[in-house]
Design a protein around this ligand. Structure first.
Ligand code: C2E
Ligand code: CA
Ligand code: CA
Length: 622
């Protein structure tokens, strides 16, 4: 009963309060009169500015009365630190600039507070009595010392805070003005310093907007559909022109309280105030209309929108949610504009899980190599294997690569995982050789991430050198994409080093046949979906037949992957594709299992090679 009565009373107070349109000082004084602690009154006065509801603000700031109860640090100082933290604190551990700025400002606050309070910063000296001593508490109550002294400390704090925050946001506005002086193409051409700065200013402006606006804040993130193909078809210079065009159009559309930034590549972000969702949809239509066509080339975009209802959320998190929505829009065939839904959060949790656990996973050898055999249809024998990573997590069990590879490709950790799997593959080949088995080539996946630098070539050479295995036994699978120049260059270098190159997922994406001309692949791996799609129509089967014929005539090796049915095997064989990999033959399996399979096959081959009378002896020994 008592509890309910108290809750009711609080609710009444909050309603009264939220109706008032008052200054920070008036709010704080009213709260103090309602017997909230000074830390609660002060922080509560700023709650609305940060989009915090009062209850949350009160709860958080309650604990900051701790200093006061000990007769120590004045609650106004602790609460002011929180206000400063909410306004100018940093959340990115690498944002040293913001951290230093925040430290400077908190020191400055305490210095000014001390000055204005005549050197008094703790409760004991401000009240002239010690709250922590029961007898003195009675005197404080009798003489009304709190209402005599604390309003002054609160007002002084608010004066200092308002002044500091006003200067900070003026400074932000000025710096964002400087933005206009930076030539936009510097960012577009990947000048990292400038790009990073611009993003920094964008974020400062948006934080300011979130802090100062009473309206909703919406984030719209978008990118150009199939931008890589456009680059491929029309050249990178044309791609750059498109990005410049987008920037100039956004400059016209965005104005006061509408900010935009290029987040890198073809991804753009807009942050804007809004009152209802329709406004954002209208804005997207307006932008889409302006950007739809450039120099006669039709452009399409995917838009992700996040409505920042909870303004206390970290900016980075808001951006992430708009990004989630954009990525979902990219995959959606029915709509190119999607609003963030909570389901997308799952992706964020997964990413967080991966990022937090991946280092330990390497250190504790949780990543393991599985091997999937490749077969010759004709001979019915294993002709190789592909090494595929698995993550055996102590609590979550087996985690499959499609879950974590896209994320570790984004953050670069893929390098470590790949190096580990390459080393495992080399070790396995060496093991087979040491045990006298017929050498079986093992292919490893080479993420596109490696193609940025030459480190992978050095690593591969070191692995070959240290294990002493023949170079041709370690094959490299590289996925075809439209960004062929970079791949071609690196592939050529790998080829010169004597590695066998397999073009992975042929027919799955961009299918630029140019790549066959420019990049010295040895083997084409026909993608599972490609085979499936082609098999369903006579036209498709004709294309499949001719792609196989083309590869054969070019002297390229051919391997069909994801083969699941006898029908597929028969068709591929009739078209002239002999090598296959897929569940029809075998699923990826642990090293030991594959090793046993290989051993058994070697044994059978030995038997086939010896005269019939000896075969009987060998069979009885099995
Ligand atoms: P991928 O390189 O195209 O590998 C083939 C994928 O298809 C494997 O999935 C394999 O298990 C699966 N698969 C094979 N035969 C069949 C079949 O008949 N039916 C079906 N439905 N699936 C089949 P997995 O192992 O889950 O790997 C998925 C992708 O993750 C790989 O596709 C590859 O892109 C990436 N990946 C896996 N291991 C590594 C690695 O060590 N490094 C890098 N960079 N990427 C890896
Ligand atoms: Ca592969
Ligand atoms: Ca593949």
């Amino acid at each position: 009963m008592a509890c309910r009565a108290r809750a009711g009373r609080n609710r009444g107070r909050l309603q009264e309060w939220s109706m008032a349109d008052m200054t920070h000082k008036e709010k704080a004084q009213q709260l103090l009169k309602q017997q909230y602690h000074c830390s609660q009154a002060l922080f509560g006065a700023f709650a609305e500015d940060f989009g915090l509801d009062l209850k949350t603000a009160f709860k958080i700031s309650t604990c900051f009365g701790g200093g006061m109860r000990q007769g120590g640090l004045c609650g106004c100082i602790s609460a002011s630190m929180m206000v400063l933290g909410m306004a100018i604190g940093f959340y990115d551990s690498q944002d040293k600039e913001q951290e230093l700025y925040g430290n400077k400002k908190t020191d400055e606050f305490i210095r000014l507070f001390r000055e204005k309070m005549g050197g008094r910063t703790d409760c004991r000296t401000i009240l002239g009595k010690d709250i922590s001593i029961p007898g003195e508490m009675a005197v404080i109550r009798q003489e009304g010392l709190i209402m005599k002294n604390c309003p002054h400390a609160i007002n002084i704090s608010i004066d200092i805070l308002e002044d500091m925050l006003r200067k900070y946001f003026e400074n932000v506005a000025e710096t964002s003005f400087e933005l206009k002086d930076i030539p936009d193409n510097e960012n577009l051409q990947g000048s990292e310093g400038t790009g990073a700065n611009k993003l920094h200013f964008f974020r400062k402006n948006v934080k300011n907007l979130i802090y100062s606006s009473a309206r909703g804040i919406g984030f719209i993130q978008f990118d150009v559909s199939k931008f890589k193909i456009i680059n491929d078809l029309y050249g990178e210079k044309f791609g750059d022109e498109i990005l410049e065009f987008i920037t100039s159009q956004l400059q016209e559309v965005c104005g006061e309280n509408k900010f935009f930034a290029n987040l890198g590549g073809d991804v753009f972000m807009i942050a804007t105030e809004y009152d209802d969702k329709e406004e954002l949809v209208d804005l997207i239509h307006c932008i889409d209309g302006r950007l739809r066509c450039f120099k006669g080339v039709k452009l399409c975009f995917s838009y992700g929108v996040y409505l920042a209802e909870d303004k206390s959320m970290e900016l980075r998190q808001m951006e992430d949610r708009a990004s989630m929505a954009r990525q979902a829009a990219k995959k959606n065939i029915l709509a190119n504009v999607l609003f963030y839904k909570d389901q997308f959060k799952e992706y964020l949790y997964n990413r967080k899980f991966i990022e937090e656990n991946m280092q330990a996973a390497i250190a504790e050898r949780q990543f393991i190599m599985y091997l999937q055999p490749k077969y010759s249809i004709e001979k019915g024998e294993i002709v190789g294997a592909e090494a595929l990573v698995r993550w055996r997590h102590p609590d979550k069990g087996m985690i499959y690569p499609n879950f974590f590879i896209p994320i570790i490709e984004e953050n670069g950790f893929i390098k470590k995982v790949d190096y580990y799997i390459w080393a495992e593959a080399c070790r396995f080949i060496k093991r087979c050789m040491d045990e006298g088995l017929i050498p079986c080539p093992v292919s490893v996946n080479v993420s596109r991430y490696h193609l940025r630098d030459d480190e992978c070539i050095r690593i591969l050479k070191d692995l070959i050198g240290s294990t002493g295995i023949p170079r041709q036994l370690l094959e490299l699978e590289i996925t075809e994409t439209a960004e062929d120049q970079q791949i071609s260059k690196k592939a050529l270098m790998l080829k010169k080093e004597g590695f066998t190159l397999l073009m992975d997922d042929f027919g799955s994406g961009y299918s630029s046949l140019n790549i066959l001309l420019e990049t010295p692949f040895d083997v084409i791996k026909l993608d599972k979906k490609f085979i499936e799609n082609m098999m369903v129509s006579s036209k498709g089967r004709l294309i499949l037949e001719h792609v196989i014929a083309m590869a054969n005539r070019l002297g390229l090796g051919l391997l069909a992957e994801g083969v699941e049915t006898k029908e597929q095997v028969d068709l591929l064989r009739s078209f002239g594709c002999d090598q296959v990999q897929g569940y029809y033959y075998a699923k990826p399996m642990p090293e030991e299992e594959f090793f046993s399979l290989l051993k058994k096959e070697n044994h059978l081959r030995d038997i086939r090679m010896v005269p019939v009378e000896d075969q009987n002896m060998a069979a009885s020994a099995m």
